[in-house]
Ligand binder design. Structure first.
Ligand code: PFF
Length: 479
């Protein structure tokens, strides 16, 4: 079965080695989800309980799903829909299961639309901080604090100015989406793999460097207490739902991203350790990002629950008061930008592979159609901050009553589509896929296989269903 599947791969682009795949998959997983969304949610949800529940979701539910998605791609050797069909055929199951590949591709595409808008904000701040650094260098004081002489109102107002300007938001969104499109159009080996090989090491150096800086100039003790001391009263179903959604989002699950990336692995079968490496790396980066950001937030008495503007509005002010803040502030936003690019290329790759595999389009055409489409939806998201600020796309649903366009696309994909994708993946792999084939392709045997099987067939479907339903309809629990 496996040999037949890989037979068709001779002409298909692929990763040059196992480590190239791991690096690219970590690049896909590590993104705005780790350095922007995780600290934002952890801050808003009160820290410890959210973080611990999130870690539980990653290893008990996320890791088995990572392995399942990579398995489907590795066995299918084509886009998500085609790969699921292939595994279904070989297992004697209905091809209709491939619907979750389609839902996943749609979710990836929707996520890309707002992801690019947020990455556009990052790009803008790279410009602001870069310009400030140049001025500091010009003034012969490269190690001064950021944005010297600007009042807190001016610094915080910068984000308001950006949001009030559709054209500025549009230019940034356009530039970021253009870069993503350019890399994806070049393909796996010379586009995505090359980008990950250069950018991920740079990312890790910056992450560790800025965290060490934060430990010196910030309040690490308070940050650790905030992130790791649980107050379980701060874990209502809605918070559990967003922690699960965050675990799925951060590991790029439920959107067929790892099915797609897994399909470019043509040989080798140590998928268990590969999956563990991805989950551990992604979670470590999220936690380190927390330990990078919160000491700085606390040091200057800022509010950890500031919400989505935390890293944009709050941190530049913190960098003002710190030695070397101009340089570190600039590097901080470069770091986020690097993380965002390696993830956005994977988001575009999912629908692009679908266009190539299921519609027979060329890579260029497919990337252009889906990248262009996501760009247009992104325009609606960015207009939601100014001319369409009153629009509430799902306002009839109490969960999204007061939610603007971008947050609606984010919330709906994260809280609804990803859990549904994860649920269908676990049901398909846990109950329909041929066990012998799974063992053969993943290389998982003995006790490890039994544990994984239990998690994917029982724990994942039950836990995801409960968290999904109670999170979306809190009235069930009377809260
Ligand atoms: N995992 C990415 C992040 O944490 O930013 C987001 C993401 C990328 C989700 C790719 C889904 C995906 F397919």
């Amino acid at each position: 079965m496996v040999a037949a599947a890989s037979g068709s791969s001779a002409t298909r682009d692929g990763w040059s080695s196992r480590s190239a795949f791991i690096l690219a998959a970590i690049g896909a997983a590590v993104g705005l989800g780790n350095v922007w969304r995780f600290p934002t949610l952890a801050g808003e949800s009160g820290g410890g309980a959210f973080v611990i529940f999130y870690i539980g979701c990653v290893f008990l539910l996320g890791l088995p799903l990572v392995l399942s998605e990579i398995f489907i791609g590795r066995a299918g050797q084509t886009d998500a829909v085609g790969s699921i069909k292939k595994v279904a055929q070989d297992s004697g199951a209905s091809e209709r299961w491939s619907i979750f590949g389609g839902i996943g591709a749609l979710a990836a595409w929707l996520i890309l639309s707002f992801y690019s808008v947020v990455a556009g904000w990052v790009l803008y701040y790279v410009g602001v901080m870069g310009w400030d650094l140049l001025q500091a260098i010009g003034a012969g004081d490269p190690l001064r604090g950021a944005l010297a002489g600007e009042s807190k109102d001016v610094i915080e107002g910068r984000m308001g100015d950006l949001f009030a300007s559709p054209s500025l938001l549009l230019v940034m969104h356009f530039a970021f989406m253009g870069l993503t499109l350019f890399i994806v159009a070049r393909g796996i080996g010379s586009g995505i793999e090359k980008a990950a090989t250069w950018l991920m090491p740079a990312f890790f150096v910056l992450l560790v460097g800025i965290t060490i800086y934060g430990a010196f100039v910030g309040d690490m003790g308070q940050a650790v207490r905030f992130l790791f001391t649980p107050d379980w009263s701060k874990l209502p179903p809605a918070v559990m739902n967003s922690a699960l959604g965050q675990a799925l989002f951060s590991l790029s699950l439920g959107v067929a991203g790892l099915i797609t990336y897994g399909s470019y692995i043509h040989e080798g079968s140590k998928l268990g350790s590969t999956s563990a490496a991805i989950a551990v790396a992604d979670t470590s980066v999220a936690l380190i990002a927390g330990l990078m950001i919160f000491p700085i937030v606390y040091a200057v008495g800022l509010d950890p629950a500031a919400g989505p503007t935390l890293v944009f509005q709050t941190l530049p002010f913190a960098f003002q008061t710190m030695p070397g803040g101009a340089l570190i502030g600039f590097l901080f936003f470069v770091l986020i930008l690097v993380a965002a690019i390696t993830s956005s290329i994977s988001l575009l790759e999912v629908p692009t592979a679908y266009g190539i595999g299921e519609r027979g389009w060329s890579r260029h055409k497919s990337a252009l159609i889906f990248g262009g489409g996501a760009f247009v939806i992104g325009i609606a998201c960015l207009l939601g901050y100014n001319v369409w600020s009153d629009v509430r796309p799902l306002g009839f649903w109490s969960l999204f009553e007061n939610t603007d366009i971008l947050d609606t696309v984010d919330g709906f994909t994260g809280k609804v589509m990803l859990p549904i994708g994860a649920l269908l993946t676990s049901l398909f792999i846990g109950w329909k896929a041929d066990s012998r084939m799974v063992q053969e392709v993943t290389g998982l045997t003995g006790g490890m296989f039994v544990v994984w099987r239990f998690l994917i067939a029982w724990l994942c479907p039950i836990a995801v269903t409960i968290i999904l339903i109670t999170g979306l309809f809190p009235s069930i629990l009377g809260s």
